[in-house]
Design a protein around this ligand. Sequence first.
Ligand code: GLU
Length: 369
Amino acid sequence: MRWVVKIGSNSLTDENGSISQDKILFLIEDIVHLRHEGVDVVLVSSGAIAYGRALLGKGSKPLTLPEKQALAALGQPHLLAHYRDTADHFGLKVAQLLLTRSDFDRRERYVRIRQTTDVLLAEQVLPIVNENDTVSVAEIRFGDNDILSALLAINIEADRLIILTDIDGLYDAPPLKVPGAKKIERVETWDDALLLKASDRGSVLGTGGMQSKLNAARLATEAGIETWVMRFERGSLERHFRGEHTGTQFVAAPRSLSPKKRWLSKISRPLGTIWVDDGAREALLDKHKSLLFPGIVRLEGHFEAHDTVRVVDLKNDEIGRGIALVSAVDLTLLLERRQRGEAVPPVKEIIHRDGWVTTAAQPSSNSSF
Ligand code: GLU
């Protein structure tokens, strides 16, 4: 069994904002318990910036993004050293994985994350993951690691995602502001009202809040991974394993797509668009065929071979996403030759059926499926 456990900076720090030795100890102790029960854990831990802040005595002062990135670079090795020294007492080895959002976009990188994690878990090592803050571009920063933990859970096909935080679940109103706010025990369906209910508790140490936990829970549960948001306390994971459930449970949807199609439709962000004619549209949607060169009308974007692209019909509606087997540069060359009436060398599929997922709500109108 595999669990991804995510913990935020707020749950790891003491009242002065310093990383708490005790909290790291309680967390590792709990993970060791889980491992004895046969649960392989991947830990997603924030705390690098908080550590850096404490080391440089920055208190709770607001920081620019480059300052935060610098503090993360400073704090991360100290954070890991804390984990390593604590885990050593239990005979547990730790490894560090620093990831960015774009590592999940490219298939090769995505697969490497999985392979590396598989080897570490097989060797009984605890992988500890954080965002690679220093090289994360502002617009695509995970920021709080909630989404990172969901993407990772999907990547390694985890059985459960547990988001540990300083509040014991999702409430129907902000619990600190609204007396009588009620905890929601179980979430089975996603509606806008639910998303609005999320009380935001972002603070100076963490960048998240309940909203980002909900987004992560939605991503994971829609991919078939049961998710829990619960308070971090000594022994909370062990009690959870024994069935003493606290927090909010987000019920998993059935796993309907293959891992590769899930990645294509929900995780990798397309790096270009290919417009196709009606014949290619029909071949893709109705005949379940690959996309061939003659059906391509035009393209946009700077994708390389093996990047994800959106495929759009002549009405400008997205019909699906696929892994392009030819780069934008090469495909443009071929389109230009065709336009000039020159012979085009035979090219195989531009998108193979195995690297295709239909996203159109309605298949083609004359669909026989
Ligand atoms: N990657 C950041 C850190 O480790 C996350 C900060 C946060 O929790 O918002 O410090």
